[in-house]
Design a protein around this ligand. Structure first.
Ligand SMILES: C[S@@+](CC[C@H](N)C(=O)[O-])C[C@H]1O[C@@H](n2cnc3c(N)ncnc32)[C@H](O)[C@@H]1O
Length: 468
């Protein structure tokens, strides 16, 4: 497991550490641009010299200038076509080298936890990479070399650093866990993974904050989740092995293969019983004819499962196309009607095929919820939001930020629809979780707590006007 971070004694909600990024970049693409300073996506202007980097105003431009000054010179040298190849990953690496140079030349200060030496000690897993990945990193290293044009630069070291970023950098998210960018936070990078972590990583702007979600005794290892832990044990272990090259032995993963774990996998990722009234889960039958319901013994044939799966896959391809940049309408939006009807078809097929607690079904409902909120169909949106809550409760621990955020969404919609009592319940549940994971000082949390106060005030007003 290598390095680990041990904690002083920490109570739930306590901040274990805060760190600014060593380097970071927004996840800009052909359709989304964000300010390099604050990741805002509105009122942006391109850097007039390099035409690659965006800023929301002079304050952010000035705050980023020390590093961008060098980056700007390097990017400006590139032909227009080549600049398009400068992806966020390439920029992150270019910035890593530029920061090292600035620290070596003492233009920016370095500290024990904020220096290139610290970055140098991070695990790279270079030896675990397959041929394809090595070739990709070698090509990316060539591009970085071409951009920087430093004769002394070592191509193998750049490729190794790409491998380091892959398993040590973090996705920077907003308070509602929507991804905004990528950053390297050297101390946060020491923290190991658990599928049942005792801490959570949240961002306040670009600052990383690690908070305890459990009581952590002194000297105990601090753990966070590297991946979405909603999947079955086998799925989680596969993802961790492929992305981070280790076999997880956390308290959830050691149960792999035990009856309860097999049952949970079958519920989350397996099929439903053919009999609508039966809530049983299915396991592959010993003769490989199909899947047997463990409650009533009914068989679901392989052929039937295959047919529905291929129908779902065909629609999923269309869903992807309907939300891809190429199909965005002239007004910058997706065709909601088309996307909605495709996701509805998927939902119908998934309800026919999968267990009611299926994660795929839950994801489809999340997409439907998103579309319904975008078009302002609040009644339907509430129905979908409520449908997802039991799934969230099942796949996430009690104090998971995603569960808190889903209660928050529910509360907001209930409030909008005038269901004040329901909104109070949902917002209270949201706050109970999010005050631990997010703290109480951010503008996001202040707004959430204010909404709850308003809902309470409205409820007592309604009560008093009834009494009159
Ligand atoms: C961000 S680093 C964490 C710090 C790392 N342990 C080190 O020594 O630098 C991620 C890497 O740590 C290791 N790691 C993280 N969590 C682990 C765990 N639960 N069990 C075993 N190895 C783990 C894996 O090698 C993974 O690719």
């Amino acid at each position: 497991m290598g390095n680990r971070l041990d904690s002083p004694v920490c109570t739930r909600g306590e901040v274990i550490l805060r760190q600014e990024p060593y380097v970071c970049v927004p996840n800009n693409s052909s359709t989304v641009s964000r300010c390099d300073g604050c990741f805002a996506s509105e009122s942006l202007k391109k850097c007039s010299a390099c035409q690659v980097v965006w800023y929301c105003g002079s304050t952010c431009q000035k705050s980023e200038w020390k590093l961008h000054r060098l980056e700007c010179v390097a990017l400006s040298r590139l032909e227009k076509e080549k600049r398009k190849a400068v992806t966020p990953s390439i920029r992150l690496m270019v910035r890593l080298y530029l920061r090292r140079k600035l620290q070596n030349e003492m233009f920016i200060p370095a500290s024990v936890t904020d220096s290139c030496n610290f970055v140098g000690a991070l695990v790279s897993h270079l030896k675990d990479l397959d041929e394809k990945q090595l070739v990709l990193y070698a090509q990316m290293a060539n591009l970085v070399h071409f951009i920087l044009q430093w004769p002394e630069i070592n191509l193998k070291e750049i490729a190794e650093n790409f491998s380091k970023l892959a398993c040590n950098a973090h996705t920077i998210c907003d308070c509602e866990l929507r991804p905004l960018g990528t950053g390297l936070y050297p101390v946060v990078s020491i923290i190991n993974h658990s599928c049942l972590p005792n801490a959570v990583l949240i961002f306040e702007g670009k600052s990383s904050v690690v908070r305890a979600v459990e009581h952590i005794p002194e000297g105990a290892e601090v753990t966070i989740a590297y991946i979405d832990t909603a999947g079955s044990t086998i799925t989680r272990q596969k993802t961790l092995k492929e992305q981070y090259f280790f076999t997880c032995t956390c308290p959830r993963c050691i149960k792999v293969g035990q009856y309860n774990d097999i049952q949970e996998s079958a519920i989350l990722e397996g099929y439903r019983c053919k009999d609508d009234r039966c809530n049983g889960f299915l396991l592959r039958d010993s003769e490989d004819k199909g899947f047997i319901c463990q409650t009533c013994g009914l068989l679901r044939s392989k052929e039937e499962v295959k047919r529905i799966v291929s129908e779902i896959t065909a629609i999923s391809d269309k869903e992807l196309k309907s939300t891809s940049p190429g199909s965005i309408l002239f007004n910058g939006h997706i065709d909601h009607e088309e996307a909605f009807s495709l996701y509805k078809m998927t939902e119908k097929l998934q309800m026919e095929l999968y267990h009611p607690f299926s994660i795929s079904l839950m994801r489809t409902r999340e997409e439907l919820l998103k579309i319904l909120m975008e078009i302002g169909d609040w009644r339907e949106a509430l129905a979908y939001c409520r449908l997802t809550i039991p799934g969230y409760q099942r796949v996430y621990p009690e104090l998971h930020p995603l569960l808190g955020l889903q209660y928050y969404t529910c509360g907001k919609i209930e409030w909008l629809l005038g269901y004040t009592e329901d909104a109070i319940k949902s917002l209270t549940r949201a706050i109970d979780i999010l005050r631990i994971t997010h703290g109480t000082n951010s503008p996001f949390m202040k707004e959430l707590m204010m909404k709850l106060d308003e809902a309470h005030a409205e409820a007592s007003y309604n009560l008093s006007s009834k009494d009159e």
